[in-house]
Ligand binder design. Structure first.
Ligand SMILES: [Zn+2]
Ligand SMILES: [Zn+2]
Length: 138
């Protein structure tokens, strides 16, 4: 299945080859500042996604291990990309359709502001639990 998305102004467009979109949320302070609200994103491996308007993509090195990309014209958040293997977490707000998208879980739940909560029964991990899960504990 081909899933399409674009930034607000349409200068950057993409197509992802996936059976289904699985959306997750990270509540860390960096994701909050980057998105201007709640980070909702889905994973895409380098070979799964093709961009058009790539010259309009600007990336900011937000840490030693990742960068965060946005549209140079409209400023829409586009994706977080790991420098190690190129895995991206694409901003779900850029999807043209959310039909069939499934919510799979939240990380940094202990950093989530109290005024909102994502409904439903799904996996929720604290910062410590998440870091331990990727082998970066303590
Ligand atoms: Zn744009
Ligand atoms: Zn985050």
């Amino acid at each position: 299945m081909s899933i399409k998305g674009k930034c607000l102004c349409g200068a950057v467009r993409y197509e992802v080859e996936k059976d289904a979109v699985e959306v997750g949320s990270c509540h860390c302070g960096m994701c909050r500042a980057w998105t201007g609200g709640i980070n909702l994103s889905f994973e895409a491996k380098p070979g799964e996604i093709a961009f058009a308007g790539e010259e309009m993509i600007e990336a900011f090195a937000s840490s030693d291990w990742a960068e965060r990309a946005f549209c140079r014209r409209c400023g829409s958040s586009l994706f977080y990309r790991s420098k190690a293997d190129g895995t991206m977490h694409v901003a779900a707000g850029s999807l043209e359709s959310w039909e069939g998208a499934r919510f799979i879980g939240e990380i940094y739940i202990d950093a989530k502001p109290a005024l909102y909560a994502l409904a439903g029964d799904h996996k929720r991990m604290t910062e410590a639990e998440f870091l331990a899960s990727i082998g970066m504990a303590g």
